[in-house]
Design a protein around this ligand. Structure first.
Ligand code: HEC
Length: 194
């Protein structure tokens, strides 16, 4: 999934509204009627919270999928399927950036909502507020670095990682193929010499 930076805010909301028509769930509801999820203020980060988060990560079963190390190598990792029966790539939680955001409140939000359609469950009724923050701080403590950036247009380093990078490469290959089709190989050769 590539960042759609070329869209204005208004255009982004228009696309959001269009995508919502794919599901019956939003029928008749305007954006303003949906209640926003409130993430409570985080408590101070303490070593006690981090170590209780580490215990909860094990007790709540995160290890089953995400693995002891958080690298996505849990015993169930290879069997996970999404709601359509397609296999699911389990993220490496030790690397930034994460798909759903890197800020503590982003992680908290994911833990209470889960990720519908994927095996990532909601812990809304499972862990209480202070337990959720403990897990959030534990997840922060296991980060060892960033995923690798990718080489983009003209061999320049792009601030894109992982699946985004693959997406961008597919996008660029398609755009190149389209140009070749439109202009013919002769034109491409001329362009490269410039
Ligand atoms: C049944 C397997 C399963 C369990 C149990 C599980 N997860 Fe996940 N989790 C997933 C999968 C699969 C994804 C990725 C979904 C996707 O992006 O398609 C995910 C995504 C996440 C993400 C978002 C990563 C990102 O890139 O933004 C976080 C954070 C996370 N899990 C933390 C946890 C924690 C903490 C627990 C335990 C409290 C937990 N998960 C339990 C399967 C699981």
């Amino acid at each position: 999934m590539l960042a759609q930076l070329h869209l204005t805010d208004e255009q982004r909301w228009a696309v959001v509204e269009y995508i919502k028509t794919f599901s019956g769930r939003f029928e008749g509801k305007a954006i303003s009627m949906n209640k926003a999820i409130v993430v409570p203020d985080p408590p101070g980060r303490t070593t006690e919270l981090i170590s209780s988060g580490s215990q909860l990560y094990r007790d709540a079963g995160c290890v089953k999928c995400h693995g002891e190390s958080g690298k996505g190598d849990g015993p169930s990792a290879n069997e996970l399927l999404d709601s359509k029966g397609n296999s699911v790539l389990i993220p490496d939680l030790t690397k930034m950036p994460r798909k759903m955001g890197d800020k503590p409140e982003d992680i908290y939000r994911i833990l209470i909502t889960g990720m519908e359609g994927t095996p990532m469950p909601s812990y809304y009724d499972v862990l209480d507020e202070s337990q959720l923050w403990a897990v959030v701080y534990y997840l922060e403590s296991i980060v060892t670095g960033r995923r690798e950036n990718c080489m983009g247009m003209m061999g320049r380093m792009m601030d894109m990682v992982g699946e985004e990078c693959i997406g961008m490469q597919i996008d660029m290959t398609a755009a190149r193929a389209k140009m070749m089709g439109r202009r013919g190989p002769g034109m491409m050769r001329r362009m490269r010499r410039e």
